[in-house]
Structures are given as C-alpha cells and as structure tokens.
Design a protein around this ligand. Structure first.
Ligand code: AHN
Ligand code: ZN
Length: 344
C-alpha cells in the first residue's frame, strides 16, 4: 500500500503530539515514550520540522553552571562560568561576541560584567532574540533564616534554568537551522537589585535590576540591530511551575504572548502555561521593550500566593538543583523550539 506524503506527515505529527501529551507538564517522564521520542529525533509538523527538546540535557546544562558555585559578578566562579558559556556556544557554531563592561551597582560597586551574544545565521536579516540572565544574586535576602541574608545564592532556578534551556536550544540550532536567524543573549548583572534591607536607604534609586540588559538596550551589539520579537526565560525550572502571562509582556507584546501560549497549549502544556495575567515584573524584557523597542515577553514562574511573589526557593540559599525538574525545562524548551522553528 502506498502512503501519500501528507498523511505520512500527519502520522508523525500525531506520534509527536501523543509523546508530548503523555509526558505532561512537570510529571515524571515515561521512560518508553521519551526513548521513542528520542529515536524520532525530528518532528514533522504540517509546516515545520521541530526538533525534540531533551529535558535531561537542559537539566545537565543547569547543573554545569551551578557546579561553578554562585555566579556573582566579580567572583572567580562568575568569570569561569562566563568562559564556559562562550566556549560552548562557539562549539555549537554560533558567532559569539561579548560586551565586557564596567557597570555600576546601586551600592556604588563596579561590576566587571559580560553580556554574551550568540548569533546563529548572522547573515539573516529576519531574526528572533532569545534571552536569559546568567548571573546569580549576591544575597539570599528572602531566606527565612536571617543569617543567610548576605550569602550568595546558587541560582539553579534563578538564572541557571533559563540559560540551561537556551543552551539546549543552541544544541539544536547547531544541528537543524531555523528559517530566521536566532540570537541567544545571556545578560549579566540582572540580579544585583536593591537588597531588602537597603530599601529604605536607597528608596530614591530606580533601575537597580537588570543592569546588563539596560546596557545592551543603550548599546546594542550591532548598529541598527533588529529582531521580529524576543522571548526572555527567567526562573523556568522549578517543580510544579506555572507560567502566567506577565503584565509588561501583555502590554508591550500581546501577540507574542498569544503565539507562545497557543503553541504551548497545542503541544500539550496547558497545565503550566496558564492563560491568565499575573503582575508586572521588572526584568530584562522590560528594558529591551522600553529602551530598545523590540517587542518581547518574559516566561517566568511566579506565585501570587507567596510573600515575595515567587516560589519558596526564590532569593534563598535553597535555590539549588533539588528544585529543578527536567520535565518543566522540557515544557518551556519544547514550546520555544516550536515557536522558533515555525516562524517564517
Ligand atoms: C524584581 O524583583 C524587581 N524583579 C525580579 C526580577 C528577577 C529577579 N528575576 C530574577 N530575579
Ligand atoms: Zn533573582
């Protein structure tokens, strides 16, 4: 019997959908189905081939960053991790440039910061920007134990998870090109914002967070740089994560929010991509939107019920690998891959 090409494509599409729906969002992976998905490493959609995102690989990329220790600007761990990220992205075939810059923290401290820009298919004019922050917070100022309030955080989830997902995306970009050019930008010094105990003393200070992205937005790596849209991944790895639609994202880039949540739902991640508005979060995307003008969104786990608005690990010494769930990384990463491989 002959099978006509379209129905063959359909069969692959259904196999793929079945695989992701079974994996669910934050459920433990079914060994057999994920092995099967691996075998079929390419997924055929009517319009696009979307690679299968490997949650375990992303998990390992998070662990690799955490193994350096807290990536606090001016520390040896920070510098070494920066080198690791540049080398890895180069090994994946990206044209990598860095912005090495002294940024002034609200404390007056000078941070030896580095934004890392990995350009895939740099010759293409039509581009998508994917970004995350790679530094970790110098202080666990939300820790339940006061004795930890001046200790640095490991930032497995806060920082590490977004970068881990993007490194796994980069691995796929090295194997299967997208129609558009992709820029993966890892911003530095996102998490040096005002310490809880300094709120009063520095109440007139604004814009203490996201220093690396503010610098980039005022000094892009290429003159006249343009991208169709951008997606920021921040705090995307914790068990049981829910991703609400963040308010600045809805304000600046409502179409991008719709596109991303629609794809997430289509491929089976309804449970964690909740189509409801959360609050506004001052994060790297705020500055890329408001200063530079690229419409971009923030995929970020927040918890409206918790005292600091995020999960219980947030800005505590417990932001470690124990919180990281490969299935959550997969839900986010597969959604991002589906979005970027479908863009033409
Ligand atoms: C503020 O708390 C103002 N912004 C949160 C952005 C953030 C911190 N993302 C990670 N850590
Ligand atoms: Zn943080």
């Amino acid at each position: 019997m002959e099978i006509e090409p379209l129905s063959m494509k359909r069969i692959f599409l259904y196999m793929f959908l079945a695989a992701v729906v079974m994996a669910g969002c934050g459920s433990s992976p079914k060994k057999e189905s994920s092995a099967k998905a691996q075998q079929e490493s390419k997924v055929v959609e009517p319009a696009a081939i979307v690679p299968v995102f490997d949650g375990d690989s992303a998990y390992n990329f998070v662990a690799a960053q955490v193994a350096f220790g807290p990536r606090v600007p001016n520390s040896a761990a920070h510098r070494k991790c920066g080198e690791y990220l540049v080398e890895l992205l180069r090994a994946y075939g990206a044209d990598v440039v860095t912005q090495d810059v002294d940024l002034k923290a609200y404390t007056g401290d000078v941070l030896k910061a580095r934004n890392i820009i990995a350009q895939f298919q740099p010759e293409k004019k039509e581009r998508i920007m994917l970004f995350a922050h790679w530094d970790s917070r110098p202080w666990a100022d939300s820790d339940p134990d006061k004795a930890n309030h001046y200790k640095p955080i490991l930032g497995a989830n806060d920082g590490g998870s977004g970068v881990g997902v993007l490194l796994e995306v980069a691995r796929h970009l090295s194997q299967v090109p997208t129609k558009l050019g992709i820029d993966i930008i890892l911003f530095d010094a996102e998490d040096y914002g005002i310490h809880e105990n300094d709120r009063e003393k520095y109440r007139s200070v604004n814009h203490s967070w996201a220093l690396g992205s503010q610098h980039w937005a005022m000094n892009p790596h290429k003159k006249g740089y343009e991208a169709r849209f951008g997606i920021l991944l921040d705090i995307v790895g914790a068990k049981g994560s829910k991703f609400y639609q963040e308010s600045y994202s809805l304000h600046f880039a409502p179409n991008v929010v719709s596109k991303v949540w629609e794809w997430a739902h289509k491929i089976g991640y309804k449970d964690c991509f909740v189509p409801e508005e959360s609050g506004a979060i001052t994060d790297d995307h705020y500055y890329v939107n408001s200063i530079y003008g690229i419409p971009c969104i923030d995929i970020i786990n927040c918890d409206p019920e918790s005292p600091n608005g995020f999960g219980p690990y947030h800005h505590t010494v417990k932001d470690d690998m124990d919180w990281i769930d490969a299935d959550v990384l997969k839900a986010v990463g597969q959604t991002v891959l589906t979005v970027i491989y479908n863009e033409k």
